[in-house]
Design a protein around this ligand. Structure first.
Ligand code: IPE
Ligand code: IPE
Ligand code: MG
Length: 251
């Protein structure tokens, strides 16, 4: 069922002609959602994956070109081993189960994050999903997995420095644009809107460079409860903001 069948008045909740190009979501609160119900943390993550399915479909129905979701941070390795391996398994399951539907919806899957420490089965599932969906021309779903913003910036700087040292890139060409291209080889634009669920007011290493002028929307709703209606509410809040980018508001 499409978003417009589920929520027939979606077009009244948001202005469909002024949607963000790139939405980022820090999917937080799975653990607290589970704890409040006496469930294991992993069951919370499972419930979170169901939400991801719905929100990706809604993003595609809205024809929003880019969606980045924070699924596993470089800091999340600090969690108990059982939870970490559960999250790895969940990504594999998600990709296996959803790939056909994502492709049927013309969605392209890309990843941000470091390959280091990720096991071969997870990497294989990621590569398969990226390859199979590469020709798709609809919404780009960027899954930030084993992603840390500071590490990504440092790694891009290091790669560029190596190119400068080898002479591949003359030092005079080291422009901010070149740096951006190195940082985001998938060509994703800066964020327009970043949503964080679960009532936490921080970015937790989520794309510090690309979020420079993003509008931030925080909601107390835990991620497993974040449905299409909540998504539309967050987009509606984004649409109330006056984005000046350092300039002045139009008269
Ligand atoms: C977000 O939910 C999912 C990941 C970080 C992988 P959490 O697991 O952080 O949930 P809380 O913050 O403990 O409630
Ligand atoms: C951020 O959430 C990472 C993801 C949503 C994947 P965390 O729950 O890990 O962030 P902190 O520890 O509360 O800052
Ligand atoms: Mg959390």
């Amino acid at each position: 069922m499409s978003l417009f069948e589920k929520i027939p008045h979606a077009g009244e909740m948001v202005d469909l002609s002024r949607l963000p190009d790139h939405v980022g979501i820090i999917m937080d609160g799975n653990g607290r959602w589970a704890k409040e119900r006496g469930y294991s943390r992993l069951r919370g993550h499972r419930a979170g994956v169901e939400r991801l399915h719905d929100i990706v479909a809604a993003t595609s129905d809205l024809k929003i070109p880019y969606l980045t979701v924070y699924a596993f941070s470089t800091e999340n390795w600090k969690r108990p081993q059982e939870e970490v391996s559960g999250l790895m398994r969940l990504l594999i399951e998600y990709l296996h189960r959803e790939l056909a539907e994502l492709c049927a919806n013309n969605i392209r899957i890309v990843f941000s994050g470091e390959e280091e420490h990720i096991g071969p089965r997870v990497r294989e599932a990621m590569a398969t999903a990226a390859q199979a969906s590469a020709p798709n021309t609809g919404t780009v779903l960027n899954i930030a997995f084993n992603y840390g913003g500071r590490q990504a910036i440092a790694a891009a700087a290091l790669r560029l420095a190596a190119k400068a040292v080898s002479g591949e890139v003359p030092a005079a060409d080291l422009t901010p644009e070149l740096f951006e291209a190195e940082l985001n080889p998938n060509g994703l634009p800066d964020f327009d809107l970043i949503i964080r669920t679960s009532g936490e007011y921080r970015l937790s290493n989520f794309f510090p460079f690309e979020s420079a002028y993003a509008e931030l929307v925080f909601t107390p709703v835990y991620w497993p409860d974040f449905d299409e209606r909540e998504y539309l509410k967050a987009i509606a809040e984004f649409q109330t903001r006056s984005r000046r980018f350092g300039g002045v508001a139009p008269a």
